[in-house]
Every structure is written in structure tokens, then in C-alpha cells.
Design a protein around this ligand. Structure first.
Ligand SMILES: Nc1ncnc2c1ncn2[C@@H]1O[C@H](COP(=O)(O)OP(=O)(O)OP(=O)(O)O)[C@@H](O)[C@H]1O
Length: 663
């Protein structure tokens, strides 16, 4: 794919995208997390790129949202969805949903949304989702005790690229290799030609080492899993609670993660723990062994009356023999028992196995001495033996765990991806549930909403009164002050935007024409000066001369200038829009005047007050078709003119005459 063909992607970003593992898949799937892995691409930028790629794929060049207010409605809709996403990923991913002018894109999202709405936003799932994030690859790992070696320059370069964590050395011959073996505890040789060379130390010839990262740098996998452990556990919890379909064997993952500590080290098994302990405790155990032997021997000596014939004593003295000979002659058994006790102590205290115990046995020499002393050379040998066994065990555990984790690596990516995608779906499911949404029908002419309730109102959603409204072609919407005219336009816009995003809309039923664009002009704040008025007229000139199926919503355009001129201008715009493919709803207090000024019979709908209660208007929020709603002042005059039970005086007849003016 030519990444630069995506609008907004320059050569630099294209290069960064190309460096990703599977950029095409990530773009097609709107995988914001994967795209954001490209250096210098923030999640927000990734969402923009993904959206542009989707648009390009669906040949969706047009801009559906044609005005600021239309864009604002989209942003509000998006915010309502994003508020229901748990993860940052889902919030960004939701930004790839946009109101499309392309049927294929709308259909694609509708299919996805239909399934998404079926998911249950189980609190357990939502709770687990809070710990899920895209997986991260730790950087800066450095392994110093191991190196790779090769005689081939090309292989050297490949190895350096594949294993930035360890040194890659050039070796010419066996001597060079032997030198390396003295500097590193393990040397992994990449060249087959070195096979069979006998060199002291841990030197292995592994020609396929470039394909075996788990063997060469198990630390990489261990660090990856240690770094992502909490996310993986959270994703596994989501998978369990939501019964996600994932290839990852969660029990195997649990087990593998439990074998890893926070620093990326392997949690020792019993054997490694024993060996570590034995190395650490060796000196102390040897000296305690000595004490045990000496205590026993001292006790034995103290308890013993040694009788010795004078001639024997003489001969011992003449031979220059010390007390040791006496010990050996008189206390042989006791000495042997004391040595045995020392050995036993050493074996027990360090939990030595049979092989190690054999060495340990020699740590206390059989020759009778007092006090008993250990043989340092033997203890050193035992230390070396235990240390080597400990390191071998640790390396084996590391490799075994890395091998198990390597098998899980890809499945884990899928697991986390599935959990994050579920969050995106749940945001839509929650939106649909909380605002009583339904998937709208797309097609026909105009917009028809049954029991629509806008979540954008300034009252709590429970207090929003449902609205029925259907409109096609150019229409004037009249209504009492604060009757809900603007809110009706907002609802029409919101339903239309959501429908074109492929998402459910907050209504019991809705049908929306497939529009190419939405033009929503909000009420201007007061009369415009000449310049601003001119530019507004230019905008409308562009609108009437434009093509395509459009929904045009305009709120109180009359406020841009004086009422008489406004009515003529609005009538003129509506005339131009009539007869085409445009659905236009113009909210106006001048509906009567506009109708008079127009050269055709403009339909007028009205939001009516059904009465006054305690000084407050009681409003029927659903616009009535073909009704020019009376204004609030008219209602009040009428109320004053028709007060029951009061004799008509001068004042009342004034009200009656005023009322006649409204007819
Ligand atoms: N469907 C509804 N359910 C409950 N409250 C509503 C509804 N529609 C409107 N309202 C309330 O009425 C208020 C006024 O609504 P809105 O601004 O849409 O009226 P308007 O007819 O455009 O007013 P104006 O005549 O000032 O332009 C809203 O702020 C909201 O509190």
C-alpha cells in the first residue's frame, strides 16, 4: 500500500508506518494502538490516520459535516461514546467512527455495531478493563554475560540488528573463541564451521541462533512479560468474565506469569531455591559443623577418665606424639562420631543431594584432631559445585520459561487486542442502553423520528420528553419561546450524524435519508454587521448552488438582520432549496411572514403550548405538522382576553382588540 496516498500522510509518516509489523492490517482494522507504535505517531494522530485510511478505502472523499455546528454535534456524539469507554485505547479507537457519505462504510460499522450492542456491560468486565493497555516492548535491556560470535561480516550485521541486547563479536579462529570464552560465561557461535572445536567454558555452536531469540536472549521475553504482566492479567480477567473468543490458553498464561517476578527474573523453583540457599549458607554451616563436632568431642573428653600406662605414656612422649595420637588411641570412636555429626549437620543444614553430600563428607578430615577443623580446599570445591549447579538451574529455568512465553507471545497480543476491542464495543453497547437507542433505518426521503430523546439537552436524560417528528423537503419550524425548537434541530442533527456513523440513535424508531452532508447553522448571537451579514449570505449562496443530498438545519436566521428583510431572505433561500434533494428545516419566529413572502406554499410545523401552568408554559414538545404555532405573547393575550367569570370591562376589550391583531 502507498501510505502517502492517505490524505494527510507525508513521506516521513509513511516511512514510520512502513516500519510497523503489519501496517496494512492496522490501517484497515483502525487499530489505533498498533499505528501508535510507529515512532512519533501519537494515539490521536493514529486515530486521524486510521480515519483517513478508512475514508480512502471507501472512496469517501466528501466532508459530511459541512458547518461548525454540525462538527460540534459530531464531537458531542463522540464524547458521549468516549465517556463510556474504559481504556484510552477505546476512546481513541472510537475516533475512527465518523459520519460517512459512503454506504459501504456505514454498512460496515452497522454490522459491527449490531453485534456490539448485544454485549452485556458486566461490571466485572468493565472493572477488569481498567487494567488493560496495549502491550509495550521494554527497551534498554543489556545482557553482559553472554555474547554472539561469528567470522562472517554479514552475519555479524544481521546478528547486531536482531539482538541489540548483547554483544556480537567477530572471531577468526579457535583461539579467538577461547579468548571470548574467558570474558563471557556463554558464547553462542553462529558459524557451523566451529562445530566440534573443544574449548573450555560454555561455548555453543548454534547456526540457527538468529531465529531463536528465546534461547539467545531469554531476558527479552522475560522483560516483556514482566513489564506487561498486569495488563496481561487484566486482559485475561476480561477474557474470562466476558467469555472472549481468544486463542490464548489462559491457564498456561497464568502459570507462566506466576513463574516471573516484577523485575523479569524467574521465580525460583524448590531446587533453585535450595541451591541458592546452600551457596549462601555454606560458610555458616561449615563453621556450625565444626562447633557441633568440637562440642561433642569436648563433652566426650570431659566425661572420660583416660588411664594410660606409664610405659605407654613414655613411648608416646619419646615418639614426640601429641595429644592427637592419644585421641586416636583412646577416643577413636568418639572422634569418628563427632566428625560424622559435623558431616550430617552440613548435609542437613544445606539440604545437599547425594553427589554434593559425598564432597561434603570430605570437608571434615578423618584424622583425629582437636579441635576439629574443616578442609578449606574441599569446602571451596563444594562451593564451586553448588554455584555451578545454581547457575545452571537458573539458566535452565530462564530458558524454559522464555520458551513457554515465546509460544504465548502472539496469542497475548491477540488477547489484549480482543479485550481492548471489547471495550470499544461495550462503549457502544452502553451508549445504546443508557440512551434507549435503536439502529435506524437508512433510506427514503427526509428524517422521521419516533420517541426520540436527545442526550444533549441540559436536563437529565430521565427528564427528556420524547419527540416524534418527521420532515422532508424545505420546512419552517415555528414554536413558542423555549418550546424546544433548537433542541429539535439538535435531535435531528444528532440522529442523522449517528445514523451516518453506522451507530444506534436515541429513539424508539428512526428512519434517516442517506445524505451526503449535514449543514447545521446555529442561531447567531444578535444582528450581524454589514460584513458578517454579507459573508453569511455568501455561505447560503454556496449552499443553494451546491449539489448532493443534504440535510440543512438553520436556527433563527432572522436574527442576523431586521425582521422584514430576514423574512424575505429566508423565503428566497427556501424557494431555491425547494424541489431539489434537500431536506431543510428552518426554525423561525417569522414563519407567517416568510410564508407570505415565499412564492410557494412552504410547509410549516409548530411546537405548541397547550396551556399555562403557574406562569409556565406547558409545551407539547413534538412539532405538529402543518401548524403555525402561536407565539408566547399571543398565548398570554389570549389568556387575558378569555378570562372566565369576569365582566368584560374596558381593559378586557383592549385584550380582545389586541388578540384580533394576531389573527
Ligand atoms: N424534549 C424535551 N424534554 C425536556 N426538556 C426539553 C425538551 N426540549 C427542550 N427542553 C427544555 O426547554 C429548554 C429550551 O429549549 P430550546 O432552547 O430548544 O427552545 P427554543 O424553542 O429553541 O427556544 P427559543 O425560543 O429561545 O429559541 C431546554 O433548555 C430544555 O431545558
Amino acid at each position: 500500500m502507498e501510505f502517502e496516498s492517505i490524505p494527510g500522510v507525508g513521506p516521513k509518516t509513511a516511512e514510520r508506518l512502513a516500519a510497523l509489523d503489519e501496517p496494512e492490517r492496522a490501517l484497515a482494522a483502525g487499530d489505533v494502538a498498533a499505528l501508535a507504535e510507529a515512532p512519533g505517531v501519537t494515539p490521536g494522530r493514529a486515530a486521524t490516520i486510521a480515519r483517513a485510511a478508512i475514508k480512502a478505502e471507501h472512496d469517501d472523499a466528501g466532508e459530511f459535516l459541512a458547518t461548525d455546528r454540525a462538527r460540534e454535534i459530531y464531537r458531542d456524539a463522540l464524547a458521549l461514546l468516549q465517556d463510556r469507554a474504559v481504556t484510552d485505547y477505546a476512546a481513541k479507537r472510537l475516533e475512527t467512527l465518523y459520519p460517512a457519505a459512503s454506504t459501504s462504510r456505514i454498512e460496515e460499522v452497522r454490522e459491527w455495531a449490531t453485534q456490539a450492542m448485544e454485549h452485556d456491560p458486566d461490571p466485572e468486565v468493565l472493572d477488569a478493563l481498567s487494567g488493560v493497555e496495549p502491550l509495550e516492548s521494554p527497551t534498554g535491556i543489556r545482557v553482559r554475560e553472554r555474547c554472539l560470535a561469528t567470522a562472517d561480516a554479514e552475519r555479524h550485521a544481521a546478528a547486531e540488528a536482531a539482538y541489540p541486547e548483547i554483544s556480537v563479536e567477530i572471531v577468526e579462529d579457535a583461539r579467538g573463541l577461547a579468548d571470548l570464552a574467558t570474558g563471557y560465561s556463554t558464547v553462542i557461535v553462529l558459524d557451523e564451521s566451529f562445530a566440534g572445536i573443544d574449548i573450555a567454558g560454555d561455548v555453543r555452536v548454534e547456526p540457527d541462533a538468529l531465529e531463536k531469540p528465546a534461547m539467545v536472549v531469554p531476558e527479552r521475553l522475560l522483560a516483556f512479560f514482566a513489564e506487561n504482566r498486569d495488563r496481561l492479567r487484566a486482559a485475561a480477567a476480561v477474557a474470562r468474565a466476558a467469555d472472549l473468543d481468544t486463542p490464548c490458553d489462559l491457564a498456561v498464561l497464568d502459570d507462566a506469569l506466576s513463574r516471573l517476578d516484577d523485575e523479569g527474573s524467574v521465580v525460583p523453583d524448590d531446587e533453585l531455591a535450595r541451591l541458592r540457599q546452600a551457596v549462601d549458607d555454606l560458610d555458616a554451616a561449615v563453621s556450625t559443623g565444626e562447633s557441633v563436632a568440637n562440642d561433642r568431642l569436648r563433652e566426650a573428653i570431659e566425661e572420660r577418665d583416660v588411664t594410660i600406662e606409664g610405659s605407654d605414656l613414655l613411648s608416646l612422649v619419646e615418639q614426640g606424639a601429641g595429644v592427637d595420637s592419644l585421641l586416636s588411641r583412646e577416643l577413636e570412636d568418639e572422634h569418628a562420631a563427632a566428625i560424622e555429626a559435623a558431616r550430617e549437620h552440613l548435609v542437613d543444614a544445606l539440604a545437599l543431594d547425594a553427589g554434593e553430600a559425598e564432597i561434603a563428607a570430605q570437608a571434615f578430615p578423618e584424622e583425629p584432631t582437636f579441635p576439629v577443623e574443616h578442609d578449606e580446599a574441599v569446602v571451596s570445591r563444594l562451593r564451586e559445585e553448588l554455584t555451578a549447579a545454581r547457575d545452571r538451574r537458573a539458566t535452565r529455568l530462564k530458558r524454559d520459561l522464555a520458551a513457554d512465553l515465546a509460544d504465548l507471545r502472539e496469542d497475548c497480543e491477540e488477547l489484549v487486542h480482543a479485550a481492548l476491542e471489547r471495550d470499544v464495543e461495550l462503549a457502544v453497547a452502553r451508549f445504546a442502553r443508557e440512551f434507549d437507542c435503536t439502529l435506524p433505518e437508512l433510506g427514503g426521503s427526509g428524517v422521521a423520528i419516533e420517541a426520540g430523546r436527545s442526550p444533549l439537552l441540559d436536563v437529565s436524560f430521565d427528564a427528556v420528553e420524547p419527540i416524534d417528528y418527521g420532515v422532508a423537503g424545505p420546512t419552517l419550524l415555528s414554536g413558542v419561546n423555549s418550546g424546544g425548537k433548537t433542541s429539535t434541530l439538535d435531535l435531528l442533527a444528532l440522529v442523522t450524524v449517528l445514523a451516518h456513523m453506522g451507530l444506534p440513535v436515541p429513539a424508539e424508531r428512526a428512519r434517516v435519508e442517506r445524505y451526503d452532508s449535514l449543514h447545521y447553522q446555529e442561531k447567531s448571537q444578535g444582528t450581524l454587521d454589514a460584513g458578517a451579514f454579507e459573508s453569511t449570505l455568501r455561505e447560503f449562496a454556496g449552499l443553494v448552488s451546491g449539489t448532493g443530498r443534504r440535510l440543512v438545519l438553520v436556527d433563527e436566521l432572522e436574527s442576523i438582520t431586521e425582521p422584514g428583510a430576514s423574512a424575505r431572505i429566508i423565503a428566497g433561500i427556501l424557494e431555491e432549496l425547494a424541489g431539489g434533494e434537500t431536506t431543510a428545516v428552518f426554525v423561525s419566529h417569522l414563519a407567517g411572514e416568510i410564508r407570505e413572502a415565499a412564492g410557494f406554499d412552504i410547509p410549516v410545523d409548530g411546537i405548541e403550548a397547550v396551556g399555562l401552568e403557574g406562569g409556565e408554559l406547558v409545551v407539547e414538545r413534538s412539532p405538529k405538522k402543518g401548524v403555525l404555532a402561536r407565539s408566547t405573547p399571543e398565548l398570554i393575550v389570549e389568556k387575558l382576553a378569555t378570562r372566565d367569570g369576569e365582566a368584560a370591562g374596558d381593559v378586557e376589550s383592549f385584550y380582545e382588540r389586541l388578540l384580533e391583531k394576531f389573527e
